[in-house]
Ligand binder design. Structure first.
Ligand code: DAH
Length: 346
């Protein structure tokens, strides 16, 4: 009985050929499946007499081998023809996924716009280190030793004492003024953008780091009128014609006289809103005439030369321009925030 079945199925197996995955699977189920023919014949084999088992065992094993080999060869040919893409059913005619173009950070946009405005007035761009010594960040800028003015800015010190005095993360970009003036002689006409650090608790209105742009103009006969006109022009370019400015007397150790400059609120146009705390005015920068002591500290003849300087926070300018109310957004790298600014400015 078993013998007959085997020779009948051997013929069927030898004759079987297919290039269709479904048919091959049917073949596997029929012969090699858990309820398939081979399993069935093996079950019958258990009942056979011991003498018969000796001869029949071999035949049965090679029959099983035949079915397995047939299945494996057909499967290999099928896969080779199908290729890698076909197995996963990929539709190669579908359009691909495009790469999204990144955008400039809103602070970079504002920095570039400010630089572009001052470039028209002949200002160049200079940079300095973020880790500074006491001389460049404080002493050369006329902050007396132990003077409370040093507490105006909460400093992150890296090293106290030592050969060059304290080493700290710069608290303002005014340090770059010193580096620039030490390295040459007037005229100087430069913008100095960069990151600054202050030891402040992080909130919507304060951060432990932010960005400033410093401006410096030193030459013969530079007066406060030059300072006013330069900044007035800047504001008209940045916030539009008709933006008003006002100067309030202030104090900085490195300028004399010193002032803070307000502009008419660019959001409510002076009517009063949350951004200007209902006053119609917002402060955007500090400025003044470079103190003669600072010029002398940097090796510049204060009898021959005079100059003005100013410093502004880029976040501040960006907040006003884009009506951003939380400073933390600038450093969180949330793409949903960042990509809103891609086409606002070039
Ligand atoms: N360094 C000042 C600050 O961080 C800003 C400043 C004020 C810069 C007046 C200047 C200036 O150059 O003249 O608060």
């Amino acid at each position: 009985m078993i013998q007959e079945q085997i020779s009948q199925y051997t013929e069927e197996i030898n004759a079987f050929a297919t290039s269709d995955a479904e048919q091959l699977e049917q073949f596997r189920i029929k012969f090699l499946g858990t309820k398939g023919i081979i399993k069935d014949i093996f079950d019958q084999f258990k009942a056979v007499s011991p003498e018969e088992k000796r001869t029949l065992g071999k035949v049965l094993n090679s029959f099983k081998q035949l079915a397995e080999e047939k299945y494996n060869t057909l499967k290999e040919t099928l896969e080779a023809h199908a290729g890698p893409g076909a197995a996963a059913q990929i539709d190669l005619t579908l359009p691909g996924e495009g790469y999204e173009i990144g955008s400039r950070h809103p602070l970079a946009l504002v920095r570039r716009e400010i630089i572009a405005i001052f470039t028209k007035l002949g200002f160049s761009v200079a940079e300095g280190p973020e880790i500074e010594d006491d001389w460049h960040n404080f002493s050369a800028l006329n902050f007396p030793e132990e003077h409370p003015a040093r507490d105006m800015q909460d400093t992150f010190f890296i090293r106290k004492g030592g050969e060059n005095g304290d080493i700290a993360l710069r608290t303002h970009t005014s340090s770059v003024q010193v580096r620039m003036m030490e390295a040459g002689q007037p005229p100087f006409r430069a913008l100095m953008p960069g990151r600054v650090y202050r030891n402040e608790a992080i909130s919507a209105r304060a951060h432990c780091f932010f960005h400033q742009i410093e401006g410096l103009y030193v030459d013969e006969n530079v007066s406060f009128a030059d300072l006013k006109q330069t900044l007035f022009y800047f504001v008209q370019e940045l916030y539009g014609e008709g933006t008003k400015v006002r100067f309030r007397p202030s104090y900085f150790p490195f300028t004399e006289p010193s002032a803070e400059m307000d502009i008419s609120c660019s959001i409510c146009k002076g009517d009063g809103c949350q951004m200007c705390k209902q006053s119609g005015w917002v402060e955007i920068l500090g400025c003044g005439m470079v103190d003669p002591n600072v010029l002398e500290n940097c090796g510049i003849d204060s009898k021959k030369y005079s100059g003005f300087a100013f410093g502004m926070g880029i976040e501040r300018i960006a907040n006003l321009k884009f009506e951003i109310k939380d400073l933390r957004l600038f450093s969180e790298n949330d793409v949903r925030f960042l990509k809103q600014y891609q086409s606002v400015l070039s």
